[in-house]
Write a protein that binds this ligand. Structure first.
Ligand SMILES: *Cc1c(COP(=O)(O)O)cnc(C)c1O
Length: 436
């Protein structure tokens, strides 16, 4: 069994072939896993209709957007540029909802209004955003969505909690009356009420926030026809992590939406906005071992890709599975993706670092930023170190030009097993192009 893990079609030979054909370092995406995750989301139980929106900030590659859209999923955009990018991928504006911290002024405001006339949906996230769009929305009879800050949140780290008192996102409960008063004065209806409580949210908190948001809708939003419970569906990247079960979350939401109907006579359409859950586990970073060092404290494996491709360990202390593939791709050396000492015989462990001049350029960091050796089969120079769980917030979020490295290429492994280049490697000239 040469597959890297139980859920993908990716095996050791394919890793070698991809590296030979496209060079390293490289992002590789598995369409099979991507579509499976899409299916799990679109089949979530719900009583009065479901819209799944992919939070495209997780990975905005055009080919992935098309694949996800063709699987029946619409778009959550976090910026005006993202909305435009999704549209360039062939997705109509009426299937894109903009929920952003941006405040568009000048030319950007004109663009926002132009796109709203073409169907772009807009979720206001602050009183200021609401006041800026008020006259336009009212003059054109456009309904708005409103993002509520529910006062409770959950995320895998404080920096990924978007719903608690420490975070700024959305219109806080203390401002709801003012937002409503303003909307009333302009004749604007809030047809869509939204929350997003954080990335990698605890399921229990996610369920609590379903209850909380429905109560808020009951108390404040008599005109709401749809409700979004946001993203944050937790994915398991490491084998000892527990992924969320969308069906189970759906059953909870379904029950509550039915209770809401029994109480108020209103059938609310449900939306969710997963980013991580859809994209994380379809992605791999293929790096090549370029150097090794053995010190009295740890062994180091130096790979040709690191924080400039995946900054999550540095940002959050996130753990990603690591697979070792021999340079001849004939066999996968003991799949060493465990965080604990299971898997290998424990003889060898190593800290996996990248090629940047930065001590945080390490794929095996703990939450305090210390390098932690990971048990694994010892790779030779020229072997491949493959980092799993890197489909979301890696290519999209990494500081790719640090140390003047070029942004890596992206390749999709299609359902039929064929590999397709979906983003070229950046050229050195492109790094310099805007310097004057
Ligand atoms: C980032 C984001 C999401 C997706 O979060 P994940 O943790 O990747 O699922 C959903 N909705 C909004 C508004 C977001 O900003």
């Amino acid at each position: 069994m040469n597959n890297l893990n139980q859920f993908s079609n990716i095996d050791a030979a394919l890793i070698m072939n991809a590296a030979n054909e496209f060079g390293t370092p490289l992002y590789l995406y598995d369409e099979k896993t991507l579509l499976e995750r899409c299916g799990q989301c679109t089949s979530m139980p719900t009583p009065y209709g479901l819209t799944v929106r992919y939070a495209m900030k997780a990975n905005p590659n055009r080919t992935l957007l098309k694949t996800i859209y063709n699987a029946g999923i619409q778009i959550d955009a976090s910026s005006l540029n993202e909305a435009i990018r999704a549209n360039l991928a062939g997705i109509p504006f009426e299937h894109i909802l903009l929920t952003t911290q941006e405040v568009q002024l000048g030319e950007a405001r004109a663009k926002l209004e132009e796109l709203m006339l073409l169907g772009l949906k807009y979720n206001v996230c602050s009183l200021n955003q609401l006041r800026l769009i008020g006259d336009f929305a009212s003059a054109n009879g456009i309904d708005l969505g409103i993002r509520i800050h529910p006062g409770i949140g959950s995320g895998e780290s404080a920096t990924r909690n978007t719903g608690d008192d420490y975070s700024c996102f959305g219109i806080h409960l203390s401002d709801i009356e003012e937002a409503k008063e303003y909307a009333r004065s302009k004749g604007i209806k809030f047809k869509h009420v939204h929350e997003h409580i954080g990335s990698g949210a605890d399921s229990e908190v996610w369920r609590q926030c379903v209850d909380l948001l429905l109560k808020i809708i009951e108390d404040y939003f008599p005109e709401a026809e749809s409700v979004s419970f946001g993203g944050g569906l937790k994915e398991a990247r490491m084998p000892n992590e527990e992924p969320v079960n969308p069906a189970e979350l759906g059953r909870h939401a379904k029950l509550r939406l039915e209770e809401f109907y029994a109480k108020t006579g209103r059938k609310l359409h449900m939306e969710i906005e997963p980013g991580t859950f859809i994209a994380a586990n379809c992605g791999y970073i293929i790096t090549k071992v370029v150097d090794k060092k053995n010190t009295s404290r740890s062994n180091f494996v130096i790979a040709d890709g690191g924080m400039e491709m995946n900054s999550r360990p540095l940002l959050y202390g996130s753990k990603h599975p690591i697979y070792i593939v021999s340079s001849d791709g004939k066999h996968l050396k003991s799949s060493e993706f465990c965080d604990c000492s299971c898997g290998s015989s424990g003889e060898y462990s190593a800290v996996v670092v990248g090629k940047c001049c930065e001590s945080g350029d390490c794929q095996t960091l703990d939450a305090e930023g210390r390098t932690v050796p990971r048990p694994m089969t010892e790779p030779e120079i020229g072997d491949y170190v493959v980092i799993g769980g890197t489909g979301a917030y890696c290519s999209a979020m990494a500081p790719y030009n640090y140390n003047s490295h070029v942004q890596a290429a992206e390749v999709l492994v299609q359902l039929n097993g064929e590999m397709k280049l979906i983003r070229k490697r950046q050229t050195f000239e492109q790094i310099l192009a805007n310097e004057v």
